[in-house]
Write a protein that binds this ligand. Sequence first.
Ligand code: C2E
Ligand code: MG
Ligand code: MG
Length: 740
Amino acid sequence: MAVHRNEQLVFADEAAESSNPQEQEPWNILLVDDEPDVHTVTRLALKDLLFQQRPLAFVSAYSAAEAMTLLQQQPEFAVALIDVVMESDDAGLMLVRHIRENLHNNNIRLILRTGQPGYAPEIDSIRLYDINDYKTKPELTRVRLFTSITMAIRSYAQIKQLEANRNGLEHILAASTALGKPAGMKKFADGIVTQLCALLKVTEECLICAVLNSPDEQPKVLAASGRFSCWMGIPLTEVPDKRVRQHLTQVLKAQHHVFDNGVGVYFAGTDNQALAAFVDLPRALTELEQGLLQVFCSNIAVAFENLQLYTAIEQLAYIDPLVGLPNRNGFIAKIEQQSSQCALEPQAVALVDLDNFSYINSVLDDAFGDKILCAVAQRLQAQLANSTYIARVGGDLFGLLGAAADLTTERISAVFAEPFALQHNEPLRISATSGLIVLHQQPGSAVEILKNAGVALKQAKHFQRGKTLVFQTELAEAARDRMQLLSRLRTAFSIERLHLHYQPFVRLADNATVGAECLLRWKTDDGNYIPPDRFIPLAEQSGMMVALGDWVIRSALRWRAGLAGRVDDNFRVAINVSQVQFCEPQFVDNLIEQVNACGLQGHHVEIELTESVAADDLANVKHKLQHLRQHGIRIAMDDFGTGYSSLSILRSLPIDRLKIDRSFVSGEQADLATNGIAQTIIALASHMQLKTIAEGIETEQQLAALLQTGCQEGQGYLFSKPLDEQQFSAWLVQSAVRPG
Ligand code: C2E
Ligand code: MG
Ligand code: MG
């Protein structure tokens, strides 16, 4: 029976003892014939036949209709032996057409038999319906039947193999594209589990787990399904099933696949990271599966490397490399995630800004600044990390997110209570100012939340340095109002809606008009005035003050030049100058240039500064003032007595005049009989040979008291309110005729 062996077709009694054909899945053969005898004979003839170690199993149908039902129920037939003439002359051919065209079963091999030669199918049908063989019944001797069946089964096996190959390749392709997409390591491992299951055709409650072997960590179970699910996340050493544990350990140690007593596959990544997966396959891998697994694994290894690269890039995008905390992107992502989760407890976000950090950075060096940032990051983590998400959202700005009950102003302050020990340096005290916002039901977008926390922080920087300020909606509204006002101010400036009023200075001894202070006025379209106390701080903060101040200087000087001949030559125009304006390196030169350009001299001009100028480099301020005075321009210290460093400034700066703040003249603290502040200032000024002028004189009594204490000049509603140019001209005429 050599011919049978060649075809891998043997009879069971000839088969090797070692394999047990009964356990092998049989080749299913469908017999379709309306003559029961044919069934009996065929079964007898092919009984005990093996192909590739697998037996044949027969299913009988006695009509084409019955065969159709059977094929519907059990699609996995390798071969159908079909009689052509049954319930009708062409019932067999109809069945063939049904199989191919309706059931779309293109795998099953078909052998047609007929009792009468006249019922043979057309050649075309044989080709069209992919019929393997056609024989008349007498032609089909036992040997011919063997040969015909063998060839049909072999052809079926080849088709199946091709199909498996194609499926496997499809899986690999799908896995490569699915896993090639950036996903977390956990998702990636889940993906491998799913794809391996599909490739090896293991059912959903499959037996796979993946292990990540990173250099710093113990290998642990990353993904698992089926009965392995309960081991998710546990270290490999704690996997209870000894066989699985040993298998995975062996794979990771050997760094290659182990297909012995279960399937263990290995995926190498970069940086000594590797993944291993175990499938508890109850059978040996076929050669085809082994080949497919090799291809699968090499594809996955590439995807795994990509994932690691992606993770590293993601780290860069979301982690601050200096302090190792999440950066602004990371913080925003976390807030967004938190907002979308509807946390049970109310959450809070805080922005913590180190005080004077840029100063420390510039006076010492950047490396020292870095050390401070790292120390603060560590302290924040040590004290808050168990309940709070911590990020570095900007240079010296840290972001905190946690339950409102935990993230309190007290806890933030406590972080900075103790000095920071920086390597080899003296312990350093660092303070920080923070803005905190409690997130309510609808917290808004992360960017909005950060903006509001920023509003609170800005406010705190202004009013509560070194402390934490909690955001209130009014804060945001106030900030919004300020922004609107600023934009209106810009427009007003550009369309020349700003103008100057002048308030006379009167010599108290003889009532003579000795000068005037120019005061900015903004009249809105509806005829209302917006007080300078409101818009000037805005202009100062936005950087607009420099241009605005320049315009004020030019206008005031032109006005003063226009008064020539109508006022005494000593008549001075006093111009308020903001600190930001004065700080400009070109300020002094510009002013002198403009004084000259208007044909004026220095003594026609006085500038009014506030004590805040002293916040700058004092030597530089002094130098500038000296320069101005050399040109005859005089300096008055405005609002004197309201600042904090009055005396020290007085001693160190070259000034001409003190302007006593109106709060000491007509304000609540101004009871001149009992309150000696104005008196003290005047005495001090006289001692230092400084001139004095009192602001805000409203009553004769105030005037009398000031006169008595030796104040030289005054300004106030008692004499005149600030006036526009025309009104001021009228005032000049009027005051000239007024008795002194
Ligand atoms: P200041 O320089 O202290 O100006 C004196 C303020 O006192 C003026 O307020 C003036 O109208 C007001 N005043 C004068 N007499 C009396 C009085 O008898 N009673 C009361 N209650 N007030 C009196 P104003 O015009 O509202 O200006 C407020 C502040 O705005 C000024 O205070 C000054 O600091 C600033 N400012 C005004 N114009 C300019 C400017 O062109 N540049 C700069 N940098 N600041 C300006
Ligand atoms: Mg002033
Ligand atoms: Mg003043």
